[in-house]
Design a binder for this molecule. Structure first.
Ligand SMILES: Nc1ncnc2c1ncn2[C@@H]1O[C@H](COP(=O)(O)OP(=O)(O)O)[C@@H](O)[C@H]1O
Ligand SMILES: [Mg+2]
Length: 246
């Protein structure tokens, strides 16, 4: 198989005695959409932090296009082609939507005018062009989530990591967000690794699903297979529950 874009081998993160991420090996290839699911506290966000460099692994290796990146800080990984959103949305609320995106655009463009043009193009791409001058703090939740996606896109990534980017959105907002991600995948060939609780989103958007539970990768397969697996049901709901994925 072709070289993985982003890969971990035996990645682990221990916090004192807690194995938040425990020996996770995973390879994401260019053009894939992979979802990570699992109960709260399973280690999903911690795993993202190992990938993007907010945390360094206690054991194991993180590599990008076959090259170890364990020692690289987050901004160097961003330059290689990794964009991400954070579960706790932290836009710079006093800045405009455009200025928020320009922060990422400066990684690619040294000149202010170029960064502004690039940021504006990204805002248009995510459907926020008309809101460029509004303060980020005045945007709705759904708009702020799009702004987060725009900030990740402004880095010019090959792979985008989304941490529960649809949490709290209503059904129609979720549908529009899936449409946006799908078009970025299909038209711009972006690779996605997403953490998502909404199993309808997982089923609608991802080709491959990974299940984390207590830090360990307990299952991996197609969305259909995974969402009907008894082990997954147990991890999500505890034993004795019926599960009818729809
Ligand atoms: N910086 C930290 N220090 C100590 N424990 C942490 C830290 N970050 C996360 N944890 C713990 O690691 C476990 C996994 O957390 P997290 O990765 O946020 O899970 P998830 O995103 O799957 O809900 C949890 O038990 C959490 O309390
Ligand atoms: Mg999390």
């Amino acid at each position: 198989m072709a070289q993985a874009l982003l890969q971990t081998r035996g990645a682990s993160k221990h916090f004192m005695g807690l194995k938040a991420v425990d020996d996770v090996s995973l390879a994401v290839h260019k053009g894939e959409v992979v979802s990570i699911i699992g109960p709260n506290g399973a280690g999903k966000t911690t795993y993202f932090n190992l990938l993007t460099g907010q945390l360094s692994p206690t054991f194991g290796e993180v590599s990008f296009r076959g090259k170890t990146i364990n020692e690289l800080p987050p901004h160097e990984r961003a330059k290689l082609g990794m964009g991400r959103t954070f579960q706790i949305v932290k836009p710079l609320i006093a800045l405009s939507a455009l200025e928020n995106v320009m922060v990422g655009a400066f990684l690619q463009h040294a000149r202010m005018a170029d960064a502004r043009d690039h940021a504006m193009a990204v805002l248009n791409r995510v459907g926020l062009g008309a809101h460029a001058k509004r303060r980020a703090g005045d945007l709705t939740l759904s708009e702020r989530r799009r702004l987060e996606v725009a900030r990740a896109l402004a880095l010019g990534p090959e792979i985008v990591l989304l941490d529960e980017v649809m949490a709290g959105l209503n059904q129609s907002e979720t549908g529009r967000c899936i449409d946006l991600l799908r078009s970025l995948h299909q038209e711009e060939g972006l690779t996605f690794l997403i953490i998502e609780h909404n199993l309808k989103v997982v089923r609608a958007f991802s080709e491959r699903v990974i299940v984390l539970d207590r830090g360990r990768l307990i299952a991996e397969g197609t969305a259909d297979d995974i969402l009907s697996s008894p082990e997954v049901v147990k991890a999500y709901l505890g034993e004795g529950h019926q599960w009818t994925p729809s």
